[in-house]
Design a protein around this ligand. Structure first.
Ligand code: SF4
Ligand code: SF4
Length: 207
C-alpha cells in the first residue's frame, strides 16, 4: 500500500512526492515543495533507455570520436614559457615608464596618474632637476615612482591621463615574484620595462 504522498502517474510510472527512488528506473524525481499543501506537483518523465543505451557504449564511442577529431586538428596550445603568444596591438599589459628618443625621462612628476589611479597603486614623489642637468628646462622629475602590481587592475587610466605620454601599458603580461616586495616596481624597474618610446613632443628641448 503506497503512502499518502505517492501516486501513480498517467504514463504508469510512479512519481514520488518525497523524492524517493523511481520504481521503474531507480532514479529520484524532483521533490515537490508543496505536497500536501495544495500546490501543483510537476511530474518529471524520465526517458526510457534502450538496451543499447544502457550499455553506455554509444556514449563511449561518441567520446572517442571527439578525442580522435581533436587529435587530428592543428594544435592551438603553446609550450609556455618556451613559446610565447603573439600579443595583439593595443594590449594593456604592465604599466611602464618610458624615455623619449634622446633617452630622457618623459615623466615630469605631475602626479596626475597617482591621482586618477582607482586602485591607488601608484606612488610618485616629485623631485627637482639640478640646474646644470641636460634636462634642466624640465622643472621636475620623479625622485620616487612606484607601482604596486598587486593593486594594479590594468585599467589604463594612468596612460590616458598622462600629459607626457610617459606611462604606457605595454605588452609585458607576465609578472611573477616570491614576495609582495617583488611586485612593487620602482622607477628603475619601470624605466627598464618601458624602454625608449619616441614621441613628437619636443617642448622640453633647448631652443
Ligand atoms: S593601469 Fe589603472 S590600476 Fe594600474 S596603475 Fe594605471 S591607473 Fe592604476
Ligand atoms: S607618468 Fe605622466 S601622469 Fe604620471 S607623474 Fe609622470 S608625467 Fe604625470
Amino acid at each position: 500500500m503506497p503512502s499518502s504522498s505517492t501516486h501513480q502517474s498517467p504514463a504508469g510510472t510512479a512519481d514520488v512526492a518525497t523524492g524517493n527512488a523511481h520504481p521503474a528506473t531507480g532514479n529520484a524525481t524532483a521533490t515537490p515543495a508543496a505536497a500536501g499543501t495544495g500546490g501543483t506537483v510537476k511530474v518529471v518523465q524520465r526517458p526510457t533507455l534502450t538496451f543499447w543505451e544502457r550499455t553506455y557504449l554509444p556514449q563511449i564511442l561518441d567520446g572517442l570520436r571527439v578525442t580522435l577529431r581533436t587529435l587530428l586538428r592543428p594544435t592551438v596550445t603553446l609550450e609556455y614559457p618556451e613559446q610565447r603568444p603573439v600579443i595583439p596591438a593595443g594590449y594593456r599589459g604592465v604599466p611602464t615608464l618610458t624615455r623619449d628618443g634622446t633617452g630622457r625621462e618623459k615623466c615630469v612628476a605631475c602626479q596626475l596618474c597617482e591621482f586618477v589611479c582607482p586602485a591607488r597603486a601608484i606612488t610618485v614623489t616629485p623631485g627637482e632637476i639640478p640646474p646644470d642637468a641636460p634636462a634642466a628646462r624640465v622643472e621636475k622629475q620623479a625622485a620616487r615612482f612606484e607601482i604596486d602590481m598587486l593593486r594594479c587592475i590594468y585599467c589604463g587610466l594612468c596612460q590616458e591621463v598622462c600629459p607626457e605620454e610617459a606611462i604606457v601599458l605595454q605588452q609585458v603580461y607576465s609578472t611573477t615574484g616570491e614576495s609582495r616586495r617583488e611586485f612593487r616596481n620602482d622607477k628603475r624597474a619601470l624605466l627598464e620595462l618601458g624602454g625608449i618610446l619616441p614621441t613628437r613632443n619636443h617642448k622640453w628641448d633647448a631652443r
